[in-house]
Design a protein around this ligand. Sequence first.
Ligand code: UDX
Length: 438
Amino acid sequence: MGVIGVGYVGLVTAVCIAHLGHRVVCLDVDEAKVAALEAGRVPIYEPGLEDLMAGAAARLSFTTSYDELCRQARILFIAVDTPPSPSGDADLSRVQAVVREVRRHDGERLLVMKSTVPVGTGDRITAELEAAGHPGLGYVSNPEFLREGAAVDDVLHPDRIVIGAYREADGDEVAALFADIETTVVRTTVPTAEMIKYASNAFLATKISFINEIANVCEAVGADVRAVADGMGLDHRIGPHFLQAGIGYGGSCFPKDVQALKQLAGNSGYHFQLLNAVIEVNHLQKRRVVGKLKDRLGALRGRHVALLGLTFKPHTDDMREAASIVLAARLRDEGARVSAYDPMVPPGSRDDLFPGIEIARTALEALDGADAAVLVTEWPELVGLDWAVVRDRMRGRHVIDGRNVLDAARVAAAGLVVTGIGTADQPAGEPVASDDVR
Ligand code: UDX
């Protein structure tokens, strides 16, 4: 089989399928990436991927040539990116380019869509193929639900596999590839499979924006959102996951997919009110941190703020739609001096995203002389900092816990004032006042 587009989803899918025992040819238009992969180098940071790739190396090959791909592979997974276009719709030009290339080659093949594409894309591609007189190409929708940082596990141990097909036999063929994976397989139509992907991501984003709004109300009424989330999550209809209040969601999927679903609904004549709010809440949530800093420090001009963590979440080097980008830019605009540390962002490596921000080699270097610190990304190394040492390095005492993950008692005992999201401030050196449902 073949995988077209060896980005995040494509590479993890290819390696996992090779691990399951299939021969996989991977195609990418980026020659440097293909050369690196041929040499056994993994271009992304994803726990477990390098080992799995080394173990399956004999069944994996990489190419930039569609001739070679089509000579060797019958089932072709499409995993190219579908970034937002200026109109807010998903940009399908890369998907269309792939279909055009494959169409130039004779023979029976099965296109399996892994990329997140708007509902109706399968219908459109199939109609175009029929109009172009290429009936030998089948089409299956097989959306991906992997999370960065847990991608290998998510592919090999998924909650479900969704397969939408026009012909039963095409769906069977894709299901057979995953036969060794024990999970529920949802067999459905192509548009329904496409919608399951969007609806899942939009619902998870809604859960996050919901708990973030609850957190903001908690601050106003003196409740603690962490205990509220625990209490809510025990109801099996709600569940405990994705109720972690913080500075908002980022990454390559949620922002793009929520926007695309809203747009898709709009294009079909339906105004998806709820998603407008989900997007706006997420946007404002990042800015609330700036408000919290101003409450504590007054005007930020000339103040020194240290950002701890820059990636959109821990265990990834992905910076796409990371809250840190907006936060750093806002703080700079307010006239603050901003330093930052992230284990995945060496000094000088991302000046494009963080102009005017001092990226340090260590967390303590970033914290040196800071008036306040903001925990932006919950890397274990940052959560586990020695806070007494941090206090000695900082000039001020304020720590904003943007992810509600710090052990407030420990940090406060070190003499720092911890401000969470949707929680009461933890004054320095005082015992923790918290509701605990456990
Ligand atoms: C997500 C989906 O989980 C995955 O199924 C889909 O295929 C791709 O998009 P990913 O982008 O890797 O995966 O990240 P995820 O772990 O879901 O987190 C997304 C964002 O939400 C992160 O910025 C995270 O910090 C934030 N988040 C998550 C919260 O703010 N609170 C939560 O409770 C959970």
